[in-house]
Write a protein that binds this ligand. Structure first.
Ligand SMILES: Cc1cc2nc3c(=O)[nH]c(=O)nc-3n(C[C@H](O)[C@H](O)[C@H](O)COP(=O)(O)OP(=O)(O)OC[C@H]3O[C@@H](n4cnc5c(N)ncnc54)[C@H](O)[C@@H]3O)c2cc1C
Length: 425
C-alpha cells in the first residue's frame, strides 16, 4: 500500500527527475546551439582566412612573375569569333610563369607595322579569366569611319586580323589598368558590355563562375543584331550552368533571322529603363564598357536612378570617356570649367602659344589642332606613348592615368592645364 508520504516522495522524485531532465536537456540544447554557432563562426573564419590567403598568394605571384617594359609572347592560337572579332591566345615566349591579373585589365602591345615609321602602341583588354597557360585578347577589326570611307582602316586592329598569325611573336607590357572587378567582394554586380566593350566584362563573369562564387551577376550585352553577337554559346552556357548569372542580350536592330527569346532577350539598347524593368532594385555595383553614347547615357542614368558614384565603374576604349554633368557644374574642375575661360599653352619646341579652353579637350587634341606633333597610342592615358615633358605649369587628368608619369611630365592624351603650361613639344 502506498502511503501519502511515499506518494508525495514519489511525486517529489518525479518532479526532481523532470527538473533534472529539463536542466540537462536545456544544457544539452544550449551546448548544441553554442557548438552550432562556434562551428558556423569557425567555417566563416576559415573561408575568410582562405580568401585572404588566396589574395595574398595572388598578389605575391603577380609581383613575382610580373615584368617591366615589354616581354615577348607568341601567338598560340588565333580564333575567329564572328562579327569581325578575332581572339588571340598568347603564351610567354620565355615559357616562364604568367602573372595573374584582375579581371577587366588590359595588355599594351607594341607593334611593328609595315610602312609605319614608328612602332604602334595599342591596348587590348584581357577577354578571359586569369589562366596559368595563356592570356587572351579579342580584337575587332576597325573599318574606316562611315562619314569618311576613304580614310585608312584601323591600323593595329587590321594588322592583328590580316598579318598576325599563329606562331608570331609580339611585344607585350604586363597587365594593367584600374577598371577591374574587386574579387574579394561578394556584393551583387551588373556587368554591361556594348559591342566589343564585352571583352573586359567577359573576363569578369568568367572569373566569377570559375572561382565558384555565388555572387549575383546580371550581364547585359548590347549589339545591333545576330551578326555582331559573339561568344553566344559560351555566354549561354555560363548562364545555364550558374543560377547566380542572369544573361540579358539586347539587339538594337534585330535582323530578319533573329528571334527574340531565342537569340536575344530584349529589343532596344542597354539602358537604365531596362535595368528598372529587370533588376529587383538599383542596389548593385555596375561595371560597363562600350561606345561613347552608351557610356554617357548609362552614367547619367544610373546617377539619376540614385546609384552612388562609388558603385559605378567604367572604361572607354578610346578618347571618349564619361562626361559628368555634376562635375561640369562644379567650380574648379579644369576638365569641366567654363568653356570661355582658359589658360595659355606654350609648345616650346614648336614655338607656338595658344589659348586652351575646356571645349578643346586634351593637350594632345590642342597640339593636333595646332599642327604640333606629339606621338600617341591609346588616347586613353594607358600606353604612355604621349608622355611629354612639362617645362612649367601643372596639369589635371580627364580620367585616371593607367600609370602616373614621372614628375615633370604628363600624359598629353588625357591632360588638361590647371594653369598656364609650357610643354616640350
Ligand atoms: C584600355 C583599352 C582596352 C581596349 N580593349 C579593346 C579590346 O578588348 N578589343 C578591341 O577590339 N579594342 C580594344 N581597345 C581599342 C583598341 O586599343 C584600338 O583603339 C582599336 O583597335 C583601334 O585601333 P586601330 O589602330 O585599329 O585604329 P586607328 O588606326 O587608331 O584608327 C581609328 C579610326 O580612325 C580612322 N582613321 C585612321 N586614319 C584616319 C584619317 N586620316 N582620317 C580619318 N579617319 C582615320 C580609322 O579608319 C579608324 O576608324 C581598347 C582600348 C583601350 C584604351
Amino acid at each position: 500500500m502506498v502511503t501519502v508520504i511515499q506518494f508525495s516522495a514519489l511525486i517529489i522524485l518525479a518532479l526532481l527527475a523532470i527538473y533534472l531532465f529539463q536542466v540537462l536537456f536545456s544544457g544539452f540544447r544550449t551546448t548544441q546551439l553554442a557548438t552550432g554557432i562556434a562551428e558556423a563562426q569557425r567555417s566563416l573564419l576559415q573561408t575568410q582566412v582562405a580568401e585572404i590567403m588566396g589574395k595574398i598568394n595572388l598578389e605575391r605571384e603577380k609581383s613575382e612573375f610580373s615584368w617591366s617594359g615589354f616581354r615577348k609572347f607568341s601567338v598560340h592560337r588565333k580564333v575567329p569569333e564572328g562579327g569581325g572579332i578575332c581572339s588571340f591566345y598568347l603564351q610567354p615566349h620565355d615559357q616562364k610563369p604568367l602573372p595573374s591579373f584582375d579581371p577587366g585589365q588590359y595588355l599594351t602591345f607594341r607593334l611593328n607595322i609595315a610602312d609605319q615609321p614608328k612602332p604602334v602602341m595599342r591596348c587590348y583588354s584581357l577577354s578571359d579569366s586569369p589562366k596559368s597557360e595563356y592570356y587572351r585578347v579579342s580584337i575587332k577589326a576597325v573599318p574606316a569611319p562611315r562619314d569618311n570611307p576613304d580614310a585608312p582602316p584601323g591600323l593595329s586592329s587590321n594588322h592583328f586580323h590580316d598579318a598576325i598569325q599563329e606562331g608570331d611573336i609580339l611585344d607585350v607590357k604586363a597587365p594593367g589598368g584600374h577598371f577591374f572587378l574587386d574579387t574579394s567582394k561578394h556584393t551583387p554586380v551588373v556587368l554591361i558590355g556594348g559591342g566589343i566593350g564585352l571583352t573586359p566584362v567577359l573576363s569578369m563573369v568568367n572569373q566569377i563562375v570559375e572561382s565558384g562564387s555565388s555572387r549575383e551577376t546580371h550581364l547585359f550585352y548590347g549589339v545591333r543584331n545576330g551578326d555582331e553577337h559573339v561568344m553566344k554559346e559560351d555566354l549561354e552556357r555560363v548562364a545555364r550552368e550558374n543560377d547566380n548569372v542572369h544573361l540579358h542580350v539586347c539587339y538594337s536592330k534585330a535582323g530578319e533571322g533573329d528571334v527574340e527569346g531565342r537569340d536575344y532577350q530584349h529589343s532596344g539598347r542597354v539602358g537604365v529603363d531596362l535595368f528598372k524593368e529587370v533588376l529587383p532594385s538599383n542596389n548593385y555595383e555596375y561595371y560597363f564598357c562600350g561606345p561613347p553614347p552608351m557610356m554617357n547615357s548609362l552614367f547619367e542614368g544610373l546617377r539619376e536612378w540614385g546609384v552612388p558614384e562609388k558603385n559605378i565603374n567604367y572604361e572607354a576604349f578610346g578618347p571618349a570617356t564619361v562626361k559628368k554633368k555634376q562635375e561640369a557644374d562644379s567650380a574648379g574642375d579644369p576638365a569641366a570649367s567654363d568653356s570661355t575661360a582658359g589658360f595659355d599653352v606654350t609648345f616650346g619646341k614648336s614655338g607656338k602659344t595658344v589659348a586652351w579652353t575646356a571645349a578643346m579637350g586634351s593637350l594632345l587634341d590642342l597640339a593636333e589642332e595646332n599642327g604640333v606633333d606629339i606621338d600617341f597610342g591609346c588616347r586613353a592615358g594607358n600606353c604612355g606613348t604621349c608622355i611629354t615633358a612639362l617645362k612649367s605649369g601643372e596639369v589635371d587628368y580627364l580620367s585616371e592615368p593607367g600609370e602616373k608619369p614621372e614628375a615633370g611630365s604628363c600624359l598629353a592624351c588625357i591632360a588638361v592645364p590647371k594653369r598656364p603650361v609650357v610643354l616640350d613639344a
